[in-house]
Design a protein around this ligand. Structure first.
Ligand SMILES: [Zn+2]
Length: 227
């Protein structure tokens, strides 16, 4: 299958906005993608909307661990966990505060189809604030069983997936005793998504809108090609 690459003008620095409702969301959903993007030394704005002091520190550690070479700006907020629908205006205000100073090439954020109310709230608001950006909505395994049909895949090597799981365990010790936190869950989902895109492992995303650029080296123009 033809792969679409996250291209930026030659010499430009890829700009990424990563948004999570909770510390660990971004890394569970897109940790493999971030490990890959980090090699290009992107500019990353990393935003998490809820979290205790302990969990916010975990988020800081994780952002640096997953993106050691990135130009990283971390902003952590204290909205009430599990109650983001009740503070909908607060979520929107934070994202609207970020938007004027941030024009990312790609936004990594939760999906509006996510069964968790905090994830879903962010997923619904992101496209209302950022109207001209590629929004890749990540997936997070959970007991609600909301795994859905993705539209984009990022193939990952076994090395990258293992590094992702290693860092998840290292960076989020407060979550390791949760019954759903399990290497097999993370690896199993990555293997399933890999099978679906004919790779060994992958992360999958929902993208509701994207733009395909013209092929620069194609002879003639599109109209000629259609005739
Ligand atoms: Zn979450």
């Amino acid at each position: 299958m033809l792969s679409l690459h996250l291209g930026v003008p030659s010499g430009a620095q890829l700009s990424v906005l990563a948004i999570g409702a909770h510390p660990d969301d971004i890394e569970i959903g897109a940790g493999g993608l971030l490990l890959g993007l980090a090699q290009a030394q992107p500019r990353v704005r990393y935003i998490v909307l809820t979290g205790t002091p302990e969990r916010r520190q975990e988020a800081r550690n994780a952002a640096h661990a997953f993106m050691p070479d990135a130009d990283l700006a971390i902003e952590l907020f204290e909205l009430p966990e599990g109650r983001l629908p009740a503070v909908w205006a607060g979520v929107k205000e934070i994202l609207e505060m970020v938007a004027p100073s941030c024009s990312p090439d790609v936004i990594i954020a939760p999906s509006s189809d996510d069964a968790h109310q905090d994830h879903r709230t962010i997923g619904e608001i992101v496209p209302t604030v950022f109207r001209d950006q590629l929004h890749l909505a990540y997936e997070i395994p959970k007991w609600d069983g909301d795994i859905s049909r993705p539209s984009m895949y990022v193939p990952l090597s076994a090395e990258t997936v293992c590094r992702k799981v290693e860092l998840l365990n290292k960076c989020f010790p407060s979550q390791r005793n949760r019954d759903w936190w399990d290497d097999e869950v993370f690896l199993g989902l990555a293997r399933l998504r890999g099978m679906e895109c004919r790779a060994r492992y992958a992360e999958a995303f929902i993208c509701t809108k994207s733009v395909i650029g013209p092929v620069a080296s194609a002879p003639g123009n599109l109209q000629e090609g259609l005739i």
